[in-house]
Design a protein. Structure first.
Length: 383
């Protein structure tokens, strides 16, 4: 059964209403699965696991909250997502009638339940939405930042999910045998994640030379020979954790060990620069300096360096043009890569310093100090 924290729901609604007032809107309609999960404290409005727009929307006005959906979804929204308990009124329409826009605009104007075409009471309010919606203002750019600073309740859930993700990825890595296919490894990873109440938005396994050839190595039927990489973006009740782990059969060659440590050096330089109140672009500058210090000045050009995470795989990816300011309790996954290697874990930016959430559980530990912070990072597992 889905559990929610009442105080968290109050805080999420407060943030939406502050934005609503600032933008001069009558209502805000949230239907992207990420925003729906965020505002409901972990509710699911998705049916297709890979879809961005859900099958139900959360409409928040100055004084009321509604869930708008077809009759197909209403019972699950009530009983399993527990949205009536969260203070929402569920407003439905027949699945075979195109009434959603009319109902949403009518509710936004303060006319509960009178949005059906032909009712004679259809009115409209100034509506903001997180997606392209008829006669609404797309407020995604203004909305996204109110999600960035995680509440204490989210942080608690996130810590557990991050460690569970690390443990599951590492346990899966330990099952790999020479001759296994990349697809088989992803299948075993998926099974373990689902048993722990998680799915994933991305899962990679790369064998041998595919690690160097492709920055996004979608799993194939290639058999694993000497080494493998597992990367996963796990998702649980909307929150997403990203990590990468490596295994090596036999003794790790010295040149690969150095390559990996150099890669982790870049990653920890980025983590150490991730301080609330500072421009996120400073992390990008720190990455470029670290690449150059280790002798890889052009590697950053071959793949993005990561960015803010939480309810999206990356809310934004840092570049030299990034304008965002790092927030307290904002999550990040930096993923610098040097051809043949990658370093990737999920962290939290706090005024006490950066906190790595997905530290190694089973894998060997690689400790690295940077700017007064000590980071526990995973080493490469020799099998």
């Amino acid at each position: 059964m889905f559990e929610f924290i009442p105080e968290e729901i109050v805080e999420k609604k407060r943030r939406v209403r502050v934005l609503l007032e600032a933008l001069g809107l009558d209502a805000i309609y949230l239907k992207k699965s990420a925003n729906f999960s965020w505002v409901t404290g972990g509710g699911y409005n998705i049916v297709g696991m890979a879809t961005e727009i859900g099958v139900a929307g959360a409409l928040i006005t100055k004084k009321h909250e509604y869930i708008v959906c077809s009759n197909i979804e209403a019972l699950r929204m009530e009983r399993e997502e527990r949205l009536i308990e969260e203070g929402y009124e569920i407003v439905t329409f027949p699945w075979n009638e195109d009434q959603e826009a009319a109902i949403v605009h009518s509710l936004a104007a303060g006319a509960p339940g009178t949005g059906k075409p032909g009712s004679g009471t259809l009115r409209t309010g100034i509506l903001g939405a997180d997606h392209a919606f008829p006669d609404a203002i797309d407020i995604s750019a203004k909305l996204n930042p109110i999600r960035y600073s995680l509440t204490s309740w989210e942080v608690e859930r996130y810590r557990k999910q991050a460690l569970d993700t690390a443990r599951i990825a590492e346990e899966t890595a330990l099952t790999i045998q020479p001759g296994d296919t990349e697809m088989e490894v992803v299948g075993r990873l998926s099974e373990r994640l689902w048993k722990a109440g998680m799915d994933f938005i991305i899962a990679f396994c790369a064998a041998d030379e595919r690690i160097s050839l492709y920055r996004h190595p979608v799993a194939t039927d290639k058999k694993i020979g000497k080494r493998a990489m597992i990367s996963v973006n796990s998702r649980k009740r909307g929150l997403i954790v990203s990590i990468t782990r490596f295994i090596q059969f036999g003794k790790l060659p010295a040149e690969l060990g150095k390559l990996y440590e150099d890669n982790v050096y870049v990653d920890t330089a980025m983590m150490a620069a991730t301080i609330p109140g500072r421009p996120a672009v400073e992390v990008y500058a720190a990455a470029l300096r670290a690449y150059a210090e280790k002798g890889y000045p052009d590697e950053y050009k071959l793949h993005h360096q990561g960015g803010s995470i939480g309810y999206f795989g990356r809310d934004y990816k840092i570049t030299a043009r990034t304008k965002e300011i790092i927030q307290e309790n904002q999550a990040f996954t930096w993923n610098p890569s040097i051809t043949g290697m990658k370093s990737e874990d999920t962290m939290l930016a706090t005024s006490r310093g950066p906190i790595v959430l997905s530290e190694p559980v089973i894998f060997p530990e690689l400790r690295m100090e940077r700017d007064g912070y000590v980071f526990r990072r995973p080493g490469i597992m020799e099998l």
